[in-house]
Design a protein around this ligand. Sequence first.
Ligand SMILES: Nc1ncnc2c1ncn2[C@@H]1O[C@H](COP(=O)(O)OP(=O)(O)OP(=O)(O)O)[C@@H](O)[C@H]1O
Ligand SMILES: [Mg+2]
Length: 448
Amino acid sequence: MDATSLESLEMALQASPGNSALRLVVVRGWLSLGLGERAGRVAADAAPDLALDEAGQRDFARALSAVEKWQAALGYLSGAEAETLIERSRVLLALDRRTDAAESYRLAVQKNPTLEDEKLAALLRSREPEAVKARPGAPRLRVVANDDTDKSAVSKLVQAEAPRLAFKDVGGLSEVKSEIHRRIVLPFQKPSLFERFRKRAGGGVLLYGPPGCGKTLLARATAGECTATFMAVAISDILDMYIGESERKLHAIFEEARRKPPAVLFFDELEALAGKRKASRDGVAAKIVSQFLSEMDGFAQNNKGVLILGATNVPWEIDAAFRRPGRFDRVLFVPPPDREARASIIDILLRDRPVAEVDREGLANATSGFSGADLENVVETAADFAIEESIRLGQEMPIRQEHVQKALASVRPTTSEWLSSARNFARYANEGGQYDEVLAFLKKHGKA
Ligand SMILES: Nc1ncnc2c1ncn2[C@@H]1O[C@H](COP(=O)(O)OP(=O)(O)OP(=O)(O)O)[C@@H](O)[C@H]1O
Ligand SMILES: [Mg+2]
């Protein structure tokens, strides 16, 4: 339901405040739009003897939590269903009744293990939950020195994450997102459930695709989504002119990750470290590849709870040995955005900027072959035009259709070049079907 219909329902509610079914519809509507505050206000206005089933009570409690009316929320959480117990645990924690909160959580997960929530569990375990909450921007990475590499050296190699991103900041790519959710986010969130099915968190996932289509963005959003330690490795810092030094640094980084599972090690522009061995002239690159391969080997190393995430736009330059089982055994194609994905990328790019009458659908239709970065280029250029105009007129002028139109004329799509090289590899060097996803994509768009 959209905000306008909810607003008229809210008016109807004022005429008959005792209508509990209607009140519940409105509360749920606001919650589903992510507007917890509005839901909270509607829930708070309810008469105390309101007739609601347990699921309804739970939603009222969620709404009241959004406006931090914890006591009132608790009043709706006397049911015994597992979902209710989880909610109760959250509210009790907010009220600083930690022992009760922990007990409620334990009962909930006992009843329904899929409700396990590692974030909540961590808060319940920690002594100072407020300290954790109060520092959203603080780096989540702690670095412990290993024997032969000093602390500052390791921390330089592994960059703490900049602002937190989430999947909602990445447009389209729903298949890749759900695969990442299944492979990376869930196993770390619900460790004992996975344990019971003898599934281990870890292994390797490689993202590949044309430049500017969201590989790096997706990896950074993964960091924001998952509760694991996320370590982005700066490859240029690993490469070292001194013999043996690069291997030593690589080893130190893997040791670091093994020391604090669950951890995700992210290697962007992977080809720089994992390029084909025969291509190297001096043998130095070959040594790094061998070191990397042996670090990744689950048999030789205790990589339990360590997931290696890699990204590259030249997958055909990655040494084939990296594709063996236990290494990058999941390879995901990050395709150029289709029309729908472009529309959502455009929405993300225009969000938080002053915009008037821009035909977003039309822009999505007119940008076939554009990567996310190309679209960003269009929007940035349009914003420049709007700024220029604002300065000229002495008042803020929002981005308009004509700015976008003018910007569009100056930006060329960049994905086709990549797709034509990929087509050759997919046709003539598709060992083990590794480029099947690319072929399917080309076929779907009539370019195979
Ligand atoms: N799916 C997307 N949703 C939102 N923005 C996107 C998306 N794809 C690309 N962009 C925009 O394009 C920029 C470049 O994307 P990104 O750095 O993730 O590309 P990449 O696939 O890593 O490219 P490369 O292979 O060149 O490293 C992003 O910062 C973002 O602004
Ligand atoms: Mg990138």
